[in-house]
Design a protein around this ligand. Structure first.
Ligand code: SF4
Length: 415
């Protein structure tokens, strides 16, 4: 009787892809989606913030006190917390992302091990399915050459490198043949795809759009400076989602300098206005409470946020990461104030999203992802959630919604 493995994935879409690769490579074990029946638990961890680390630690405690299953740690946390957790005997093995195709061999090891592998490996894996998903996350790039002063990612994901274009196209063709129509291109710094391979994110997306069965392409977070003229030429393509996530991290010019960001607020605003003018919904990343964020700089930043056509937000309070330049920067902002600023920012963007949905009166092109209570849950072309009542099972279906109700929290429809 094969032992059962449960995969617990924390963090970003790249981790979701890596977990799918491990699941596809597993032969000597069975996969279970039920944690309580697992003999082995593989934690694909995140370490982007202190919060991410503590979530992983408390999850390990939970497994220790419930099933007592054997625990193996991989993902970005393997590089920052793995050694200590192994020394403490809280995990049976630690392995880096580059070792994931050896999953059968690693999970069969009796002795504790610590194998981080090659931080700059190029992932050549191709998967046939995305368990439990109706859309597919495609890792096209890994690593980052930026050096934002608060960020630990380049040290745990390595330098920026692109997956082979042939593998990416083969990957998408295979998933499209298996019924997937929406593809989310993901990576650590997606916009740097193609830098060393004489290609670009725009060129790749044009090739992907020609694959039979590809209906919508979504993009993970890109940097403002990576929206090139070539990229601007594809903005009207029908296969491109009408939403882009462009990471600003802050909107105070001085704070962007402290954070060693490459984007400049004036240019960011021009870009956002161009995209909004084409009907795009626009999301961003933002960190509140980074050292140096005085009241004056915060007020300036919020004035600038109010001037931006934002609709979506992925924001955190600053989280000190050891060995990053920001970790020694002064003056620090206390956690309570950072949280208050986060809520102030969230309220502004929440209003902007509601206003955007109220102003948009055309039909919504929705992919239904799941069912929750009495509703089917899907996302439209603007990456806005919609809850749909229907007597049919709509999970995995594309539906075009003409009539819908716009409420503060999201849109509603009957189908
Ligand atoms: S762009 Fe900056 S924030 Fe993003 S992964 Fe790279 S260093 Fe980190």
């Amino acid at each position: 009787m094969k032992k059962k493995v449960y995969f617990k994935t924390f963090g970003c879409r790249t981790n979701l892809y890596d977990s799918q690769v491990m699941m596809s490579a597993l032969n000597e074990f069975d996969i279970t989606e039920y944690e309580e029946e697992a003999d082995v638990v593989v934690i694909n961890s995140c370490t982007v913030t202190n919060g991410a680390d503590s979530h992983v630690r408390s999850y390990i405690s939970q497994v220790e006190s419930s099933s007592g299953a054997k625990i193996f740690l991989t993902g970005c946390g393997a590089h920052t917390k793995g050694e200590k957790l192994l020394e403490q005997g809280r995990v049976s093995g630690v392995f880096g992302q580059s070792e994931k195709l050896k999953i059968d061999e690693l999970l069969s090891k009796e002795e504790p091990f610590y194998e981080l592998g090659d931080l700059n490996y190029i992932d050549e894996s191709v998967v046939d399915d995305f368990v439990g998903k109706s859309r597919a996350f495609i890792k096209i790039q890994e690593g980052c050459n930026f050096r934002c002063s608060y960020c630990i990612i380049p040290y745990v994901r390595g330098d920026a490198r692109s997956m082979s274009e042939d593998k990416i196209l083969e990957q998408i063709a295979r998933l499209a043949r298996n019924g997937f129509g929406e593809f989310i291109l993901t990576g650590t710094n997606v916009g740097s795809y193609g830098q060393k391979t004489d290609s670009s994110i725009a060129a790749l997306m044009k090739k992907i759009s020609l694959i039979r069965g590809v209906r919508r392409i979504r993009l993970g977070s890109v940097e403002p400076i990576q929206i090139s003229d070539e990229f601007k030429e594809i903005l009207d393509e029908p296969w491109l989602e009408r939403h882009l996530h462009i990471a600003l991290q802050h909107t105070s010019p001085q704070m962007l300098k402290y954070m060693n960001r490459r984007n400049v607020y004036k240019q960011d605003r021009e870009l956002f206005e161009l995209l909004a003018g084409k009907g795009f919904a626009i999301g961003t990343d933002f960190i509140t409470g980074h050292p140096g964020e005085s009241k004056e700089l915060w007020d300036e930043a919020m004035k600038n946020v109010r001037d931006l056509p934002l609709t979506h937000l992925h924001a955190f309070t600053y989280s000190k990461r050891d060995n990053t330049p920001s970790a020694t920067m002064k003056p620090e902002v206390n956690g309570k104030l950072a949280k208050e600023r986060l809520h102030e920012l969230e309220a502004i963007v929440y209003e902007k999203n509601f206003a955007f949905r109220k102003a948009f009166r055309d039909s919504l092109d929705v992919l239904i992802e799941s069912q929750k209570d009495d509703y089917f849950v899907g996302y439209d072309q603007h990456f806005n959630k919609i809850l749909i009542e229907s007597d049919e099972d709509l999970v995995g279906n594309w539906v075009n919604i003409q009539k819908y109700e716009v409420k503060e929290e999201c849109n509603y429809a009957r189908f």
